[in-house]
Design a protein around this ligand. Structure first.
Ligand code: N01
Length: 536
């Protein structure tokens, strides 16, 4: 390993300044450690820094999508909308980062290109795109799960003369589509949010849909002062209920199977829950909705009924109706006026199942032999999720072992936090942890706190290195895969399993056993002297 120029040394490096990076830097500083954070964006926010497309909004209720560890942060911040917009989340994260005074510990507009473990000194050697090299005892990746955008390899894209935007890398100053013919490719969470707003501005919008989404109207509204106050007053209860839930979001799941109720009873229950505008209240309404295909079909058909109620043209309604996968196997999307948008005369839907996307031409997109002339195209095509942001960097452990090689057949981790042969490396919301199957802020707080406690313990013991045993990592990964085997996720053919990236190993990259069970396991591992880890 050659290092040119000056090398700085700190106790810990944290990569990323989103929810997890901000809290991790704070936690490590509280332990008295020196920390250097790196962030590619020009400010804090992580994925919320880049995903600034019109309509970007979180699918978790604002007051629940916030840190709970600090009474000051809870008390001093007031959310204004039930579902927070991207600008409001970014303001919140700036507020939190300022209040915790972590910004001075980050270097912004700086991308980490490699992190190599130096066996001779038991240190990580991290290099950024500016060529700066930093040595550290600990390497913490806080890179997020949905932060590496994915642009499909569309034939002809580079010859297309119009404007091209990706929702996950939106220009800071916004885009003016007035008077333009615009195409949007993709109808996942980003697509269903951007489509209504582009339609309002553009002269004409063509939506290119490969797989229809199950979308829930979010019923967004301003929060009242009383609601905000009541939430703050009950924060301990909120925290306890989140901890006790499998997803970090609690709901009142009924006891009986969906199939034990009559169609009329189910309809009444689904209607009431539709009015709550919260996906978890629907998908976790009965205990077997996501375990039993027949039960799932009852709620899938309820969603399809909502599409038929909204779309005036029955053929169009059918084209927008998901039929090929169970509800929840792809993430349920949350929208404002998504289906209503298709009733506009200046909006067309092209089903890529009927008319496959052949190529981009110089002036638009050709599908099924038909040319669509477009001035601008929005790619709402998603992310190389969970492992993408980690494997984008050249991370090498003991003996120069590369993470890319180690994970060639899929990620192996212990608790989704650590990897054998990669000492003192901790991954926040890494593969094999509950990550995206939760209200991710809850998952992040648990990971930061557990990692922080572990690092405090390592420092107390004067240990130089810890890493999981290969057996602990293998067992954790195999057990997690076994748990996931009988779920419906593979039927969704989505980023949850890596199917959206050509050549990516197809595995469920999240621990499906629930955040409550996971938290308990992590606590037991810690109480048992960090069982599964070895020290040097
Ligand atoms: O990405 P996606 P996303 N040709 O992968 C289509 C979070 N998020 O950015 O389904 C044609 O879900 C693809 O089609 P198909 C949230 O967790 C949250 O929308 O693969 N089409 C799909 O329609 C979410 O789940 C929020 O057949 C192609 C779309 O592009 C995650 O991020 C907001 C294609 C991609 O959908 C990802 O959401 C935004 C191709 N070659 C994001 N390749 C909120 O909190 C892909 N597609 C609300």
């Amino acid at each position: 390993m050659t290092e040119t120029g000056s090398t700085e040394s700190v106790d810990a490096i944290v990569i990323g300044a989103g929810f997890s990076g901000i809290y991790m830097v704070h936690r490590l500083r509280t332990l008295g450690l020196t920390v250097q954070g790196f962030e590619a964006g020009d400010g804090v926010g992580g994925t919320w820094f880049w995903n600034r497309y019109p309509g970007a909004r979180c699918d978790v209720i604002s007051m629940e999508y916030a840190y709970t560890f600090s009474p000051e942060l809870i008390e001093e911040w007031d959310w204004t909308e039930r579902y927070p917009s991207q600008p409001e989340i970014l303001r919140y994260l700036n507020f939190a980062a300022d209040r915790l005074d972590v910004k001075p510990h980050f270097r912004f507009k700086t991308r980490v290109v490699s992190a190599w473990f130096d066996d001779a000194t038991d240190q990580w050697v991290t290099t950024t795109d500016s060529g700066a090299v930093t040595r550290s005892k600990y390497l913490v990746t806080a890179v997020g799960c949905l932060s590496t955008s994915m642009t499909p390899d569309f034939p002809g894209l580079s010859e297309y003369a119009g404007e091209v935007y990706h929702t996950a890398d939106w220009p800071e100053g916004g885009v003016d589509f007035s008077g333009k013919r615009v195409g949007v490719i993709g109808t996942g969470s980003s697509g269903v949010q951007v489509i209504p707003l582009v339609a309002e501005q553009a002269a004409h919008l063509t939506v290119f849909q490969r797989t229809p989404a199950f979308s829930l109207a979010c019923g967004n509204r301003q929060l009242t002062d009383d609601e905000v106050r009541a939430f703050k007053n009950n924060i301990d209860d909120h925290k306890a209920r989140s901890y006790a839930s499998g997803t970090g979001q609690y709901t009142d799941t009924l006891e009986e199977s969906a199939l034990d109720h009559t169609p009329e009873q189910r309809q009444a229950i689904y209607e009431e829950r539709w009015g709550r505008h919260r996906a978890i209240d629907l998908i976790a309404c009965y205990p077997d909705l996501f375990a039993n295909r027949d039960a799932n079909e009852t709620i899938a058909e309820f969603f399809r009924g909502k599409i038929r109620e909204t779309i005036t043209d029955p053929e169009l309604a059918e084209r927008l109706s998901p039929r090929t996968y169970p509800l929840g196997a792809k993430r349920i999307t949350l929208d404002t006026n998504y289906y209503q948008t298709y009733n506009r005369d200046d909006v067309d839907l092209v089903s890529l199942r009927e008319q496959p996307l052949e190529m981009f031409t110089a002036t638009g997109i050709r599908t099924g032999g038909v040319d669509h002339e477009l001035d601008a195209v929005v790619l709402a095509t998603g992310f190389d999720a969970i492992t993408g942001p980690l494997l984008n960097m050249d991370i090498r452990g003991r003996g120069g072992r590369s993470l890319q090689d180690k994970w060639a057949d899929g990620p192996t981790t212990y608790l989704g936090i650590a990897v054998d042969e990669f000492p003192n490396m901790f991954m926040l919301t890494g593969p094999g942890s509950p990550n995206v199957l939760t209200n991710v802020v809850c998952a992040i707080e648990q990971h930061v706190e557990w990692t922080g406690d572990f690092i405090a313990d390592i420092e107390r013991r004067g240990t130089s290195c810890v890493e999981p045993t290969a057996e602990a990592a293998r067992t954790w990964t195999d057990d997690a895969a076994d748990l996931a085997k009988d779920t419906l996720y593979p039927e969704g053919e989505s980023w949850y399993t890596g199917v959206n990236i050509p050549g990516k190993p197809q595995v469920i990259m999240s621990y499906v056993g629930g955040l409550d069970v996971y938290r308990q396991t992590c606590d037991e591992v810690a109480a048992d002297g960090y069982r599964g880890f070895v020290s040097a």
